[in-house]
Ligand binder design. Structure first.
Ligand SMILES: [Zn+2]
Length: 341
């Protein structure tokens, strides 16, 4: 174990619902875990409000009587497929109302709990796990879902409180996270680029009808893809994790199957946006994409060693783009969390 380069490094990936960890940053999690880092996925809610999106499971008594229980089993299988550890933060899914999140979400749900209360279990998790790097969503949630927007606010509050020895000493010894990133691997830039590359290659793009949506989303928030992780060889692990969430995935669906296949060929990376950097290195240039290719670049280990500024990630083998096709794992998402729109 100790010979693996990332042994001693810890990544905490905070997500809103079970399945988000498999559609955002999943191959990155699998890659770091394989290199010896500890990867802990913290899921804010139990996904209790999720519908059954897989027609094959509509008749399943377990799916209709105990969706929360079934989603816990699915989550355990997904974490295992990624080689990650997992913890439930313990909040209740807010569902996805059409309009006014403040009034249409159910009382007591994650969205309605004040940030300073909702953060408490996460402060404890941060102080216990002691991650050097934390990932979460941007302030718009990356996707307009109340739990995703809340995921951002609560993660940022928890990271700040965890570092403050005066804040909630009963939750453990203070811990300073060195870097926070936002998941940006479902960026509009990515889908637009894949679309253009497919046209150049003379292929029919599955994204043609969605281009206006992508551009609108790009205008709402100009995502900064500061950091790009080369992780195509772990797309099969990501697909296995995603398929573990059987209630949320229709394996026979069309659009996402095509989009995932295209991404494997034309975009074998996952992107993140640097939000907090306390490593003390020379700052990245804001707004300039692809300046980093390792989330742990310039991070300090517990023993004082430092990850080089250029990072330590080995490049993916060239054959990566073929690897997924051979597994036959054509993961198809019908859930919001993988939606490019
Ligand atoms: Zn979600």
């Amino acid at each position: 174990m100790t010979s693996l380069p990332y042994h001693g490094l810890r990544l905490l990936a905070v997500h809103a619902h079970p399945d988000d960890e498999s559609s955002k940053g999943a191959a990155t999690s699998a890659k770091y875990a394989s290199l010896g880092a500890r990867v802990l996925i913290a899921t804010m809610t139990g996904g209790e409000a999720g519908d059954i999106l897989n027609p094959a499971l509509l008749q399943s008594p377990k799916a209709s009587r105990d969706i929360a229980g079934l989603r816990r089993e699915e989550m355990a299988a997904a974490a295992s497929a990624l080689g990650a550890e997992h913890v439930w933060v313990g909040h209740v899914d807010s569902g996805l109302p059409d309009g006014d999140f403040d009034n249409q979400t159910p009382p007591g749900c994650f969205y309605r709990v004040p940030d300073e209360v909702a953060m408490l279990p996460l402060v404890h998790i941060i102080r216990t796990f002691r991650p050097q790097v934390v990932t979460t969503y941007d302030e718009l949630g990356g996707y307009p879902h109340p739990d995703h927007i809340k995921n951002h606010a609560v993660t940022m509050a928890a990271v700040a409180a965890a570092a403050d020895p005066a804040a909630h000493p009963e939750l453990g010894e203070a811990w300073q996270v060195q870097k926070v990133y936002y998941n940006q691997d479902l960026s509009a830039k990515k889908w637009i680029t894949i679309h253009e590359k497919m046209l150049e290659a003379g292929l029919e793009s599955p994204f043609a009808d969605h281009l206006e949506d992508f551009k609108k989303r790009d205008n709402q928030r100009n995502n900064w893809l500061s950091t790009r992780i080369d992780c195509g060889e772990f797309f099969p692990s990501r697909d296995r994790a995603l398929l573990s969430h059987a209630t949320q995935i229709d394996p026979e669906g069309g659009f996402f199957s095509a989009s995932r296949k295209a991404a494997r060929t034309y975009w074998p990376t996952e992107e993140f946006e640097l939000a907090t950097d306390l490593t003390g290195r020379e700052p990245l240039t804001p707004g300039v994409d692809f300046q980093e290719d390792d989330l742990f670049a310039s991070v300090t280990f517990d023993d004082g060693r430092r990850v080089p500024a250029e990072g330590m990630l080995p490049k993916s083998p060239e054959t990566e783009t073929e690897a997924g096709a051979e597994t036959g794992a054509e993961a198809t998402m019908s859930t919001e969390s993988d939606s490019p729109a």
